[in-house]
Design a protein around this ligand. Structure first.
Ligand code: IYR
Length: 231
């Protein structure tokens, strides 16, 4: 098969001075170090524009074959949030009371989580991220055409990382919530059949007295391995 050549344009790259490089890298690290997963939200309103800008940022993420296999569904309607909370709590109750093996419950104990998901109603916005394993198009004669996407899990994971960082930089608190299973989100949010729920992110300001578990990130020496296997 013969394909047309790619359209190439000059790279827009800003070369920084070494001082700027360390300063910006260090500032970003210090900023991200202060991000915490929050489960106790205020219902104080948040301008939609902040959410839109963060989603624009998320959508700059690299993706397999540039397919951008994501949808960011934003929920602000209290009635929809109530439905999502009821469905999520039903699954979560079954998880905590029956499905979860003891070792999983033990791993979760330091986080203090349980089946109650009040944040699904208090947070002003829920961003529900969907992944698209394939694109759905309609052909000339009205037939359904499926076109496969590539590295969907990796692509959507990277976009979610960008989204969490962008929301944090916008001064907002987030929670990466994964009710399991989360198929109910397809029904409540009337998604097309090529979309599968990936992550549910409540966004807002933390409650005034919000508390977080006293947990630590691993030190660099535990997560960075420089040149292993070099002789
Ligand atoms: N989905 C459940 C359980 C849960 C699982 C993991 I792994 C966490 O890091 C946190 C929670 C819940 O949301 O409570």
């Amino acid at each position: 098969m013969k394909f047309p050549p790619p359209n190439l344009i000059p790279l827009d790259f800003q070369r920084l001075s070494p001082q700027q490089q360390s300063a910006q890298a260090g500032q970003f690290y210090q900023t991200m170090l202060r991000r915490r997963t929050v489960r106790d939200f205020s219902s104080a309103p948040v301008p939609l524009e902040l959410i839109e800008t963060a989603i624009r940022t998320a959508a700059t993420a690299p993706s397999g074959a540039n397919r951008q296999p994501w949808k960011f569904v934003v929920v602000s309607d209290p009635a929809i949030k109530t439905k999502i909370r009821a469905a999520a709590e039903e699954e979560e109750r079954a998880f905590y009371e029956h499905r979860a093996p003891d070792d999983w419950l033990e791993a979760l104990a330091p986080l203090g989580t349980d089946w109650r998901k009040e944040f699904l109603e208090t947070a002003p916005y829920l961003i529900v991220v969907f992944r698209e394993d394939y694109m759905l198009k309609t052909g000339a004669t009205g037939e359904e055409i499926k076109s496969k996407n590539y590295y969907v899990m990796e692509s959507v994971g990277i976009a979610c990382g960008f989204l969490l960082a962008a929301l944090h930089l916008a001064g907002l608190a987030t929670l990466t919530h994964t009710p399991s299973p989360m198929g109910f989100l397809c029904d409540i949010l009337a998604r097309p059949k090529n979309e599968k729920p990936y992550l549910l992110i409540p966004v807002g300001f933390p409650a005034a007295a919000a508390q977080v578990p006293d947990i630590q990130k691993k030190p660099l020496s535990e997560v960075l391995q420089l040149d292993p296997g070099r002789s």
